[in-house]
Design a protein around this ligand. Structure first.
Ligand SMILES: [Zn+2]
Ligand SMILES: [Zn+2]
Length: 201
């Protein structure tokens, strides 16, 4: 199996089901890395804005982006823009270079007509659809020429004052749970977490 195909399979495993939008996210993420000539972000070398927004079936794109670029919710180097678009901008912090990659609508008719999407339309959960039909849809997006699937922008300059990570945790003096320093609040002479403080934030 090629390295990229391996990454695809691992992403789908992480994502939890096989779907067109997560595959589109893998292709977008890999293209961004290739164009910037950078590797997956082990730390916070890369930062991404993914334009998926909330509450729709194409948000799966974001998991493809996370897995391939290493820009993840947990590392804090992924931000969501509320646009409802399947696009990502990946930034290399050290060089202040950024590239935006977006998904092209060209395959959407074939995707909509696929047995997988017809069943999704009938309310069948993705992981309850026959596996062969899942892979048929995955391969439709995976095997298409890149120019049918992605719009790849120019590399542009992107500057930002990146905030440093604040190190250190302290147990809340009320509930005892470990709390990141920046999130402790002072109540009387005690340092407590936000829920124990009674403050909103
Ligand atoms: Zn999905
Ligand atoms: Zn507490």
């Amino acid at each position: 199996m090629s390295d990229d195909r391996n990454i695809l399979v691992q992403t789908l495993e992480f994502h939890g089901h096989r779907c067109w939008a997560s595959v589109a996210g893998v292709r977008a993420g890999l293209a961004a890395l290739r164009e910037l000539q950078v590797k997956r972000s082990g730390g916070r070398q890369l930062h991404a804005f993914v334009e998926i927004g909330e509450d729709h079936g194409g948000m799966c794109f974001g998991d493809g982006v996370q897995y391939t670029t290493g820009c993840t919710l947990g590392k804090g180097n992924l931000e969501k823009a509320p646009y409802g678009r399947l696009a990502v901008t990946v930034i290399e912090r050290a060089s202040n270079r950024a590239i935006r990659v977006s998904y092209k609508p060209k395959l959407q008719t074939r995707i909509a007509e696929s047995p997988f999407m017809v069943k999704r339309g009938q309310g069948v959960e993705p992981d309850a659809i026959p596996e062969a039909e899942q892979w048929e849809l995955v391969n439709l997006i995976w095997d298409a020429p890149e120019s049918d699937v992605l719009s790849i922008g120019e590399i542009v300059a992107f500057e930002r004052d990146w905030l440093p990570e604040i190190m250190g945790f302290v147990p809340c003096s009320a509930c005892g749970e470990l709390t990141a320093r920046a999130y402790l609040r002072v109540v009387g002479n005690k340092h407590v977490c936000i829920p124990c403080s009674g403050y909103d934030r």
